[in-house]
Design a binder for this molecule. Structure first.
Ligand code: SF4
Ligand code: SF4
Length: 222
């Protein structure tokens, strides 16, 4: 899932300062599952903003809604009437949803209430960890399912580096060394000989370094 954190209220207040009629829009998928921008969090932010409006005499009119996904047109389009009534829209989705709502309704400014952080998973209650950086050329077959791009602080394809220390990463002692995890996984599977295979330098054109990416499936187009 895509993981994000809600922006601090002071930053949100500053963004909303020039407007009166504010529409808050939550997203019911990833950002809802990571407890940042779903229906509940939209309700909490709306209450906070109403309280601020009351205390600081801002005269804000806050309305709120949550749709299933902000990254798909079919869920965004039914918001047309609500968009028209608002001076500004604040999205509680990830960066994709925020941008796509602004693309579908270009006449409206859509502000971000969320800092999108990573693609990750919920490893235990209240804790999400990064697992994939969307590099576009997956090597999980060579590392037995542990991503060296997202989970090694230096993105090393052949590791560990000299800084690995008792299974921890030299960049941050709270982090497991990804290559220590890879080594252990290979050992468990009796495949330590995989370490002899040098993973060659790769082209990063398939990653963000090659510019914005797109995927086209002609057979799926009308
Ligand atoms: S190798 Fe690339 S595609 Fe595969 S998990 Fe890592 S970042 Fe994601
Ligand atoms: S200690 Fe391990 S995770 Fe950290 S940078 Fe070195 S190889 Fe990567």
């Amino acid at each position: 899932m895509i993981v994000g954190d809600r922006k601090p209220i002071e930053e949100i207040k500053e963004m909303l300062a020039p407007y009166k009629k504010i529409l808050l829009v939550g997203c019911g998928t990833c950002i809802s599952v990571c407890m940042t921008g779903g229906e509940k969090e939209v309700g909490i932010l709306a209450s906070e903003l109403r309280m601020i409006s009351e205390l600081e005499k801002k005269d804000w009119e806050i309305s709120e809604t949550t749709i299933q996904r902000q990254c798909e047109r079919e869920y965004i389009e039914p918001l047309k009437e609500q968009f028209e009534k608002a001076d500004v829209v604040m999205s509680m989705a990830c960066g994709v949803g925020i941008q796509y709502m602004a693309e579908v309704f270009p006449e409206k400014i859509v502000l971000p209430a969320v800092n999108t952080t990573f693609y990750g998973t919920n490893v235990k209650e209240g804790e999400w960890q990064e697992r994939c950086a969307g590099c576009g050329d997956c090597v999980l077959d060579k590392t037995l399912g542990i991503c060296p791009v997202a989970r090694c602080s230096k993105g090393l394809y052949n590791g560990p580096c000299g800084g690995t220390d008792n299974g921890k990463c030299e960049v941050n002692k709270d982090l497991d060394c990804a290559w220590y995890l890879i080594y252990n996984r290979m050992k468990e599977h009796g495949k330590l000989d995989m370490l002899d295979e040098i993973i060659p330098a790769r082209s990063w054109k398939t990653s963000l370094h090659g510019g914005p990416r797109k995927r086209v499936r002609e057979d799926a187009q009308k």
